[in-house]
Design a protein around this ligand. Structure first.
Ligand SMILES: C[S@@+](CC[C@H](N)C(=O)[O-])C[C@H]1O[C@@H](n2cnc3c(N)ncnc32)[C@H](O)[C@@H]1O
Length: 300
């Protein structure tokens, strides 16, 4: 399988949010997030290639120049996007930093989390600001966040909601839910967020029975359940007729467009989801290559 040595081979727990976000991930002694976006992984490989090349005698100058040019263009992109994007709030910076410093592996070993959570799951500054922009553009009042983790996407979107807006956030892991709840209590926008604990599919069924409706949904929980989340939103009235869905990790580390034999199970699940949406005549969609890929979907 062609894959970054540092990238996870198969993240069943929906993780592909490693951020190169300068503000969210600045300071402190926590390890930097692993590169797990297509761009981050490509940069990692190019850096390794450049390091190997430096040990070889007689490398043609032209070859080194081509590699150096590719590396400079790619490695500078994420920092530049961050630089040109509105800064995140102090509360989001704090949430990201606390998430980064949390000993997720030790928590899992101690049985405090259901699955091994990791700092790379956090969406971060660029994607959070994009979500805020989508909420503003769509004038959404009711938002569904499927896969909350420590609450970055939920709080970012809540910041864009009007005062009487509300956001329902689904999370299966009690430790992550408690962590997020504490962070929401520190934000003036936290009161807009209600946490629904448990498996998201069960939560969606309860919300359908309760005739809840949402103008905007962000899908970012179990990758193998993406088609089921999408079906529940579209086969019911959960998503309003003019509602939008944003879906995270739809490029899944750049594996979705590799030959199937080189895809992890998670990447295959995402590739199947992408095809399912592309074939669905009820919707139109666009896959935006921001970070690990975000697909925007609306009913037609
Ligand atoms: C990638 S993280 C979400 C990141 C978050 N949206 C953000 O912006 O930082 C995925 C989360 O989904 C949760 N999750 C995984 N499977 C789930 C399920 N079946 N139901 C609800 N939550 C689930 C995981 O525990 C994890 O916290």
């Amino acid at each position: 399988m062609i894959q970054s040595a540092k990238a996870p081979s198969n993240s069943s727990n929906a993780s592909s949010n490693a951020s190169s976000n300068a503000s969210s991930n600045a300071s402190g002694s926590a390890p930097p997030p692993r590169p797990i976006t297509p761009l981050g992984i490509a940069v990692d490989h190019l850096e390794s290639a450049m390091a190997l090349l430096a040990q070889v005698h007689g490398v043609p100058d032209e070859l080194a120049l081509h590699l150096q040019t590719a590396l400079l263009r790619m490695a500078g992109l994420d920092p530049y996007l961050e630089q040109c994007t509105t800064m995140e709030s102090a509360e989001l910076t704090e949430l990201a930093q606390k998430t980064r410093h949390e000993p997720w592996s030790a928590n899992y070993e101690k049985g405090e989390t259901v699955e091994e959570l990791e700092q790379e799951m956090l969406s971060g500054h660029l994607e959070g600001q994009a979500l805020k922009m989508f909420v503003n553009m769509t004038q959404a009042h009711r938002i569904l966040d499927i896969g909350m983790f420590t609450g970055y996407s939920a709080l970012a979107m809540a910041e864009a909601l009007p005062d009487d807006g509300c956001l329902v956030a689904c999370e299966i892991d009690p430790y992550a839910a408690d962590f997020a709840q504490k962070m929401f209590e520190r934000s003036p926008h936290g009161y807009k967020i209600g946490i629904e604990r448990g498996p998201a599919l069960e939560t969606l069924d309860r919300l359908i029975t309760a005739k809840a409706e949402f103008d905007f949904a962000f899908i970012d929980a179990a990758k193998g359940e993406y088609i089921a989340y999408y079906q529940k939103l579209l086969d019911s009235d959960l998503l309003t007729p003019k509602g939008y869905i944003a879906v995270d990790n739809t490029l899944f580390q750049g594996q979705v467009y590799l030959p199937e034999r080189e895809q992890s199970d998670t990447a295959r699940a995402i590739a199947q989801f992408n095809q399912y949406v592309a074939d669905d005549p009820r919707t139109e969609q666009v896959l935006i290559p921001i970070r690990d890929g975000v697909t925007l979907i609306r009913r037609v």
